[in-house]
Ligand binder design. Structure first.
Ligand SMILES: Cc1cc2nc3c(=O)[nH]c(=O)nc-3n(C[C@H](O)[C@H](O)[C@H](O)COP(=O)(O)OP(=O)(O)OC[C@H]3O[C@@H](n4cnc5c(N)ncnc54)[C@H](O)[C@@H]3O)c2cc1C
Length: 356
């Protein structure tokens, strides 16, 4: 039997950020990851503090953005890879009214640090933006594929990664110890993203037929080649256009609560290509398409912590549409709760579900 502090199930951004807390605090751990349906791999990895539809700050914007930028810089250094690109985000204005709303918002205390208080003129003839752009400060993008692949390699080299499906049926809890195969662990962290719906320890849907706690939300991107677009910034209009380099752009994403498969669809490809054609005037070719499932929740807040049944089976899930941005700060909060007895914020504590 190998005695360790933690078993971690799932190595998306939730798993990675929690492993980093464990490493910093010299805790021993083993990760199980099936490597199939990761939302983190598919994500464009945009760090953005503002809701660009309404010009309001995101939930805990300042804390999440500051912590995540510092976290990804640190991880880049640790793994010696270029993870973070601090690229500006430009929001295309649709009207003079939107320009005015932006200027009013940029004057508000909670947004003044994020919204550049001038209208940026469009000088790129391949983009339709007669009313110009609003520029968001403190934005960036993470190369999530590079992050996942490099982090796996890092764990493999330390013999801390088991690349297989975790089998919930053989997990036992004896005298407050988690037993799994030849491992004895003080705690187990379940960070399986939307697949947590297969976890028998996660709360089931209400018997009355109400909504499951974890609501999968499928998102698809197309990758396009557009040599004449010549764009260095991220663009937000009816969709995001994210420059990947070499004339490639990630364009999307879609939102669907109907289809839980991870297959790409013709409908999404056509929808995204038709929206893109209304934003740019140059030609483009769709060269690839990806799909992932966002782990969203009923109240749009994550699920952190333990249920009444066990103090050692811990959930870190529900990262929703902005997990890349919020995970570094949430992992810290979860670790402080588990190891230092600090209270979890009520709005992220999974125990709130008992009141639903
Ligand atoms: C299309 C799309 C675009 C997005 N864009 C952004 C963005 O720009 N910015 C942003 O902040 N967020 C974005 N998000 C949201 C963000 O990607 C998610 O919130 C986040 O990736 C969720 O991470 P996770 O670790 O919880 O889950 P995942 O990344 O899905 O990871 C879960 C892991 O658990 C493993 N697993 C599951 N079950 C088992 C098991 N039984 N045994 C072993 N392993 C298991 C899976 O294989 C997977 O590797 C986007 C999401 C999507 C889908």
């Amino acid at each position: 039997m190998q005695e360790i502090d933690y078993i971690v199930v799932g190595l998306g951004i939730a798993g990675i950020t929690f492993c980093e807390q464990l490493e910093r605090n010299n805790k021993s751990f083993i990760v199980y990851d099936a490597g199939d349906t990761t939302s983190t791999l598919v994500s464009a990895g945009v760090i953005n503090p503002v809701v660009l539809k309404r010009f309001t700050p995101n939930w805990n914007a300042k804390l999440h953005v500051e912590t995540s930028i510092a976290f990804y810089k640190g991880l880049s250094k640790k793994l010696s890879i270029p993870l973070l690109k601090e690229v500006p985000m430009l929001r295309i204005f649709k009207s003079v009214e939107e320009q005015n709303n932006w200027m009013v918002a940029s004057d508000k205390n909670e947004l003044s640090d994020f919204l550049y208080p001038e209208i940026i003129k469009n000088e790129n003839s391949a983009i339709y933006a007669p009313f110009g752009f609003g520029k968001v400060n403190h934005t960036g993008m993470i190369n999530t594929t590079l992050m996942i692949n490099s982090y796996k390699e890092y764990l493999r080299n330390k013999n801390k990664l088991v690349e297989e499906v975790f089998d919930y049926n053989i997990l036992k809890e004896e005298d407050e110890t988690i037993c799994y195969n030849d491992l004895k662990s003080k705690k187990i962290i379940f960070s399986e993203g939307a697949s947590v719906r297969n976890n028998p320890f996660f709360p089931p849907p209400p018997v009355s037929g109400g909504k499951h706690l974890l609501i999968p939300n499928k998102g698809e991107y197309i990758i396009v080649n557009a040599p004449n677009l010549q764009l260095n910034e991220m663009i937000k209009s009816s969709l995001f256009i994210i420059p990947l380099g070499n004339d490639l752009y990630k364009v999307g994403a879609t939102y669907s609560r109907e289809d839980y498969s991870i297959h790409t669809t013709k409908e999404a490809r056509e929808e995204l290509a038709s929206k893109l054609a209304k934003i740019i005037s140059c030609s483009f070719n769709v060269v690839d398409q990806v799909a992932g499932i966002r782990p969203t929740t009923r109240d749009r807040k994550p699920f952190l912590g333990t249920l009444k049944e066990s103090n050692n089976k811990v959930f870190y899930n529900g990262l929703g549409t902005r997990g890349i941005t919020s995970a570094p700060s949430l992992a810290k909060e979860l670790y402080q709760y588990l190891e230092n007895g600090e209270a979890l914020d009520k709005e992220v504590n999974i125990k709130r579900y008992y009141n639903w």
